[in-house]
Design a protein around this ligand. Sequence first.
Ligand code: NAD
Length: 252
Amino acid sequence: MRASAPVASAASLAGHVAVVSGGARGIGAAIALALAGDGAAVAVLDALDAGETVVAAAALGARSRGWMVDVGDEAACLDAAAAAEAALGPISILVCAAGVMPRGAVDSGLAQWRAVLRVNLDGARHLVAACYPGMEARGDGRILLVSSVAARQGGLLAGAEYSASKGALLAFGRHVARNGAARNVRCNILSPGVIETAMNADLPKPDPAVLPARRLGAPGDVAGPALFLCSDQASYITGVDLPVNGGQLFYP
Ligand SMILES: NC(=O)c1ccc[n+]([C@@H]2O[C@H](COP(=O)([O-])OP(=O)(O)OC[C@H]3O[C@@H](n4cnc5c(N)ncnc54)[C@H](O)[C@@H]3O)[C@@H](O)[C@H]2O)c1
């Protein structure tokens, strides 16, 4: 019986290589830097140039590289994961934070439906497909899918495709978790509430006064829980959907 697992300390992710999609800015960048600060080498995949994150990770003492990748492109994801492994070493951590959230309605048209699912859901699928086999073979994997409160409560300003894509990530993540558990590949889901980033900069936001926490979230509020779930401290946690929403929504 493992009565008392060691509690990880600073730099507990030394020797690990993390791939973070959507890491050029916002929540993905905050998570990439939290992982880098804890000792992981970080590969940042984004449709935008990720130079700022890479430089900031290097300033924390981490090895870091960036690749411009459209996560909706399966071949590009496979190539980027292979390039990251060649440059930094075997991937043991995957964070899927790349996402898009166009304004929409219950029906925003099939083109927008497909465009959003292609990035938010297919993108996570492609990166898991690229990274999971190596994790399984080595017996060590920590996967984190960034979903949203919209998965459970639905969205208002975003189109229905956004909520659908985030809900599908919950089921996908649990499937990966159940199947990876025997090989020590964990997969968890983070569901942020409203976090102030470029994604929602132009959208009306809830009045902080009506929120339980009396404030909106910041990317740093998501980075800590992400780091925990990727760390050895969460060694027996898999298939969990962790809300990070300051009490905006409670669910079982
Ligand atoms: N901000 C919020 O309130 C909030 C709430 C819940 C969930 N989320 C989720 O958190 C994640 C990060 O969002 P954010 O708020 O930091 O927004 P953001 O727009 O700042 O970051 C999203 C990143 O994904 C990248 N990206 C978009 N399409 C891509 C593609 N095809 N290929 C590669 N990269 C692509 C963008 O370039 C950007 O760097 C998203 O999945 C989002 O849905 C955000």
